[in-house]
Ligand binder design. Structure first.
Ligand code: PLP
Length: 364
C-alpha cells in the first residue's frame, strides 16, 4: 500500500474562487497567478481548470515554458522579466509571452537585443509592461525614473507597450496608510498614458476597490485563502482547495514522565496514547510546528505533541480513546484553515502551500 499522505485538490472549489474574483472585479481582466507550481497545487492543472482566465502570471521564463509545453494558449505574464537577453528573449518571443520590465539593465539589454534581430521577424512586436515601484521597494522603476524608460521603450518600433503595473506591500492590512499612497502615486505617474493599468493582488482586489484598474492579479484567493490579516477564506466566501490528508500509522502508550519524539521536547504529563501520523518536514509540514498545533483526527481537533520528524508527526489521542490505526487525519483543508495552522506555526499560508515537497502526490 502506498503512503497515505496526499494533497487532494478540489477543482470545483478553484472555479468557485475564480468566480469570486469576477464578482469583485466584473469589469476587469483577470491574470490568475500560478507561479511556484500554482502555489504548490500543480501549475498546469490550475491553469487548465481556470480556462476562463484572461491570462496567467508566472515568476520566470521556465514556468512559462512549462505552460506553453502543456498547451496553455492564453496570455502568459512573466512577472520577473528576463535575466539573460541572449538566451531568454528569443524564447519569450517564440512563446508569445508578455514581458514585465522592472529595472534599467533589462531595458538596455532588451534594446540591444532588438537591434540584432530582423525587423521582419513575424513574432514582433514584443509585448512589454513597465513595472513601477510605488513604495514597496522591491521591483520596479521609481516614478522619477519612469519618463526616460517610457521614452526609450515607446520609441522602439519592435516593442508594444501594453501597460503599467505596480505591486502593494501592505494591502492585507486594514487602514494601512501606504496602500492609498501607492495607488495615488501609480495613477499620477501613468495618468493619460495609453496602455492598461494593473495594481491589485488578492488583498488589493478584496480590500481596495479603488485599486482595481484594468487587469487584476489574484493569487492566494484563488486557492481559497484569505489574504487579509486575521481572517480565513471561508469568512470571505472562498473555499479551500487543498486538503492535506494522511492517516494514523501507529499508536503508542506512553507513561507519565516519558518523552515523545526527538529531543524529548514533549513530556507526558499523565499516561497518554500517542498517535503517529505519516506527514513530516520531508513533505513540507513545518518542522517549527509547536506542541498544540491543531490537526483533525476523524474530523475533530487534536494537538500535535513533540518535535516534527522528517516523515512523521505525533498527536495526543487523549480526546479520542477509540482512535485506531488507519483513521483519517487532516493537516489542513476544509475544517482546519491553513491560515490557522500558519498562524500557530509563525509563518504564512503562502509558505506552507508552496513548500510542500514533490513526495506529496497532488490528487486532482
Ligand atoms: C504573486 C503575485 C501576485 C499575487 O499575489 P497574491 O497575494 O497571492 O494575490 C500579484 N502580483 C504579482 C506581481 C505577484 O508576484
Amino acid at each position: 500500500m502506498a503512503r497515505t499522505l496526499k494533497a487532494i485538490i478540489d477543482s470545483a472549489a478553484l472555479k468557485h474562487n475564480f468566480a469570486k474574483v469576477r464578482e469583485f472585479c466584473p469589469h476587469q481582466k483577470i491574470i490568475a497567478m500560478i507561479k511556484a507550481n500554482g502555489y504548490g497545487h500543480g501549475m498546469i492543472n490550475v491553469a487548465k481548470t481556470l480556462s476562463d482566465a484572461d491570462g496567467f502570471g508566472v515568476a520566470c521564463l521556465e514556468e512559462a515554458v512549462q505552460c506553453r509545453a502543456a498547451g496553455i494558449s492564453q496570455r502568459i505574464f512573466v512577472m520577473g522579466g528576463f535575466y539573460e537577453a541572449k538566451t531568454e528573449l528569443p524564447e519569450i518571443l517564440r512563446l508569445n509571452l508578455d514581458l514585465i520590465l522592472h529595472q534599467e539593465e533589462q531595458v538596455i539589454n532588451l534594446i540591444r537585443f532588438l537591434n540584432t534581430v530582423q525587423n521582419k521577424n513575424t513574432l514582433l512586436p514584443l509585448k512589454v509592461w513597465i513595472k513601477l515601484n510605488t513604495g514597496m521597494n522591491r521591483l520596479g522603476f521609481k516614478p522619477q525614473h519612469f519618463a526616460p524608460v517610457l521614452h526609450c521603450l515607446s520609441q522602439h518600433p519592435l516593442l508594444q507597450i501594453e501597460g503599467f503595473m505596480t505591486h502593494f506591500a501592505n494591502a492585507d492590512k486594514d487602514n494601512d496608510p501606504l496602500t492609498p499612497q501607492q495607488i495615488e502615486i501609480f495613477f499620477k505617474t501613468v495618468q493619460g498614458l495609453p496602455g492598461v493599468k494593473s495594481l491589485a493582488n488578492s488583498a488589493g482586489i478584496m480590500a481596495w476597490s479603488t485599486a482595481h484598474g484594468d487587469w487584476v492579479r489574484p493569487g492566494i484567493m484563488l486557492y481559497g485563502i484569505s489574504p487579509l490579516q486575521n481572517r480565513h477564506g471561508a469568512m470571505e466566501g472562498l473555499k479551500p482547495i487543498m486538503s492535506l490528508t494522511s492517516t494514523l500509522i501507529a499508536i503508542q502508550e506512553a507513561k507519565k514522565g516519558e518523552i515523545v519524539g526527538y529531543g524529548g521536547r514533549y513530556v507526558c504529563p499523565t499516561d497518554r496514547r500517542i498517535g503517529v501520523v505519516a506527514a513530516g518536514y520531508g513533505d513540507g509540514y513545518p518542522r517549527v510546528a509547536p506542541d498544540g498545533t491543531p490537526v483533525l483526527l476523524n474530523g475533530r481537533r487534536v494537538p500535535l505533541v513533540g518535535q516534527v520528524s522528517m516523515d512523521m508527526i505525533m498527536i495526543d489521542l487523549s480526546s479520542q480513546p477509540a482512535a485506531k490505526v488507519g483513521d483519517p487525519v487532516l493537516l489542513w483543508g476544509p475544517g482546519l484553515p491553513v491560515e490557522e495552522v500558519a498562524a500557530v506555526v509563525g509563518t504564512s499560508a503562502y509558505e506552507l502551500l508552496t513548500r510542500l515537497t514533490t513526495r506529496v502526490p497532488l490528487i486532482w
